[in-house]
Write a protein that binds this ligand. Structure first.
Ligand code: DAH
Length: 345
């Protein structure tokens, strides 16, 4: 029995010696010190040997287990240190290496501007109408006829409006005012809506003009709505959007669908009113058209002009963004140049 134990010790020692890494050492440990190990089986069979021999053999097995355990632990610490050193060496990080660039997207400046405009009007009690009431591909009836635009009006000219090839009287809408007509046909007053969207015009593309751009249309119809309401709402919008410091003016104008009509100008950001090429020398830039909805338009859309009145407006989103951020070329919005877009992050 004693010999057997000493033989186990000897074998274990030589295997501990032979192990060349911590993984191999773990296997040795498992073989000699686990519950299924030979030593442990011997311990369990102590009860079967002669009682007088038990204490000696018992003590010897314990001593050998303890001895082996210590040996293994010492060896293990050596391996651990060595392996850690190797790992640290091989996984060394070069902090001077260039990092990985993960570009993040940002909301397009025009979308940001639309969101801002919409939020201001929402606080003034306007709601946004559904997309189906504001289609970009539109019949002439809603883009022109029902807005009191005469047949011979120059805006209908193919030079100004895109007509859909092969479809009679179908255009790419030239303004968001189609939304007014559709909303009036769809709901009974009171109506207090805005409708942002894209519009198309057959323009020569330049720093000031693109052949598509964005507008936000507004319509407020109720009993007793007057020009004072129009001025109040639009002045409030302008002071919230630009801050009250920016000079603005109401200017008399004409639109077939409003009477009276007015345009709002904002002082040119480039020349501060002195006159420059950006504002064609006038010192002012137009940002929106507006007016009291023409009784003909109300009547055609089924709203009784003797009971109801209202005002409408249409503002240019690109213009508003250009004025606020001092952008001098409308094409920048559509070129998808990251250097430009990133500035609005
Ligand atoms: N639709 C006009 C345009 O695109 C802008 C406009 C003017 C809209 C007067 C309106 C309005 O609703 O009442 O130039």
């Amino acid at each position: 029995m004693e010999d057997k134990i000493l033989k186990i010790k000897e074998n274990a020692l030589s295997e501990i010696e032979k192990a060349s890494n911590s993984k191999e050492l773990d296997e040795v440990k498992n073989k000699y010190l686990s519950r299924q190990s030979e030593l442990n089986t011997l311990k369990k069979s102590l009860k079967d040997i002669e009682p007088s021999l038990r204490p000696k053999i018992g003590a010897l097995t314990n001593e050998v287990s303890k001895f082996l355990e210590e040996k293994i632990n010492t060896r293990h610490n050596e391996f651990y240190k060595k392996e850690l050193d190797e790992k640290l060496k091989s996984e060394k990080i070069d902090v001077t290496l260039e990092g990985t660039y993960n570009p993040t997207g940002c909301v397009h400046p025009l979308t940001q501007t639309i969101n801002e405009i919409v939020e201001i009007f929402e606080h003034l009690g306007f709601s946004i109408i559904e997309n189906r009431l504001s289609p970009e591909v539109e019949v002439e009836k809603y883009n022109f006829d029902m807005l009191n635009v005469p047949q011979e009006h120059p805006a209908r000219d193919v030079q100004d409006t895109y007509y859909c090839y092969g479809a009679d009287n179908v255009v790419l809408r030239s303004h968001t005012s189609n939304a007014q007509v559709r909303e009036m046909l769809n709901t009974k007053p009171p109506i207090k809506i805005i409708s942002p969207g894209r519009v198309y015009r057959n323009e020569q593309v330049s720093a000031r003009k693109n052949n598509f751009f964005h507008q936000v249309e507004g319509l407020y119809i109720d009993k007793g709505v007057t020009f004072a309401h129009l001025k109040g709402v639009l002045n409030e919008f302008i002071s919230q959007y630009f801050g009250s410091a920016r000079p603005t003016r109401f200017r008399n104008s004409f639109f077939p669908f409003t009477e009276p009509s007015a345009e709002i100008d904002v002082q040119c950001i480039v020349c501060h009113g002195k006159g420059c090429p950006t504002c064609s020398g006038s010192g002012w830039l137009e940002i929106l058209g507006s007016g009291m909805v023409d009784p003909n338009v109300l009547r055609d859309a089924g709203v009784d002009p003797d009971v109801y009145s209202g005002f409408a407006f249409g503002m240019g989103v690109e213009r508003l963004a250009m004025l606020k951020y001092a952008i001098d070329d409308i094409r920048l919005f559509f070129n998808n140049d990251e250097r430009f877009l990133k500035q609005f992050n």
